[in-house]
Design a binder for this molecule. Structure first.
Ligand code: PGA
Length: 254
């Protein structure tokens, strides 16, 4: 079997869970459990816990990031957070275009694209989420939706900047549903996304692009998903809230 040119990247998305103390306790517990893992380990934590999480994770293999940000550099936007503020507290990446942002907060591809460009130009890495709803799946529109989300959310992102982008394919119907995509279903969507990127940028960019799968990832399905050729990592919601459970996903090869 030929070696993948891409690293394995396993990320946890805590959503609106965990105080500072809970975050620190989690990281203390996780560090020894993942130190032998060949995977890169990322945690997207609540804004309020970023600084403490960064301090606690120092010297470990865990990288801390955020779950959202505004597209402006600064300004009169009550309640919003800017990329430079995330960098200020030590965040290294940000999740953008998560389905909960797209659907609950009505974020458009155009808005997400402005955020992507802002994050990259300020020096944050980006995990961009894409994925179809159940209706779109049923109507056979998965490819159409993925292509539109990819091309619109990543418009004007340079080849150089694409090195700081990770993609997460998260079918909306699989997120928080206990109903993950099958490995073959996910592989097919990942292959399609990589092909879109190859055509819109070039095959080399596509070859090096890490594409994570997300949606009801658990310790018992991680290995089978990761065995697929175009699945390079996992974006984990619910199962990332317990250090023990999350470590089993990070250590899926054991
Ligand atoms: P889930 O969430 O693992 O709980 O399905 C995934 C996500 O929202 O990123």
């Amino acid at each position: 079997m030929t070696q993948s040119p891409r690293p394995v990247v396993i990320a946890g998305n805590w959503k609106m869970y965990k105080t500072i103390a809970e975050s620190v306790d989690f990281i203390k517990a996780l560090v020894p459990l993942v130190q032998e893992s060949p995977s890169q380990v990322l945690l997207a934590v609540p804004f309020t816990a970023i600084k403490s999480a960064v301090d606690e994770a120092k010297g470990s293999r865990i990288t801390i990031g955020a779950q959202n940000m505004n597209d402006a550099s600064d300004g009169a936007f009550t309640g919003e957070i800017a990329a430079r503020m995330l960098i200020d507290v030590g965040a290294e990446f940000v999740i953008l275009g998560h389905s909960e942002r797209r659907h609950l907060f009505k974020e458009s591809n155009t808005f997400i694209n402005r955020k992507v460009k802002r994050a990259l130009s300020e020096g944050l890495k980006v995990i961009l989420c894409v994925g179809e709803t159940l209706d779109q799946l049923d109507q056979g529109k998965t490819h159409e939706v993925l292509k539109e989300q990819l091309l619109e959310s990543l418009a004007e992102v340079s080849m150089e900047q694409m090195k700081s982008v990770t993609l997460a394919y998260e079918p909306v119907w699989a997120v928080g549903s206990d109903c993950p995509a099958t490995p073959l279903q996910a592989q097919e969507a990942h292959h399609f996304c990589r092909d879109c990127i190859a055509k819109a940028w070039n095959p080399e960019v596509a070859e090096h692009l890490v594409i994570q799968y997300g949606g009801s990832v658990k310790p018992d399905n991680a290995k089978e998903l990761m065995a697929q050729k175009d699945i390079d990592g996992l974006l984990v919601g619910g199962a990332s809230l317990s250090a023990e459970t999350f470590s089993k996903i990070v250590n899926y090869q054991d």
